[in-house]
Write a protein that binds this ligand. Sequence first.
Ligand SMILES: [Zn+2]
Length: 100
Amino acid sequence: MNTKAIATQIPVNACACGCGQEVGKRAMYRPGHDARHVSVLVAELFNTIQDGGKVTKQMIASSAKSLPSAALQAKFTRAAERLVAKAEAPKPEAKAEAAK
Ligand SMILES: [Zn+2]
């Protein structure tokens, strides 16, 4: 699940989320794929954390720059910060099991 195959032949007008589907000349995304792009970037940070890496504010900021609008950047930054906060907190699974 961590490894996502990146298509080697990306069409010229490929959707910016990385799905590889073609979009119209002036469009950046397939409909709804702006949100998907945010998810893709959050997943990358998640994988970094899973691999034992550290996600810094600078990394979040630089990933956010690949998003085309301030609204998307803000959405991504919020999600990323939530992810980092969760990753730094104690593991929740043990507590969920114990609650039974
Ligand atoms: Zn897409």
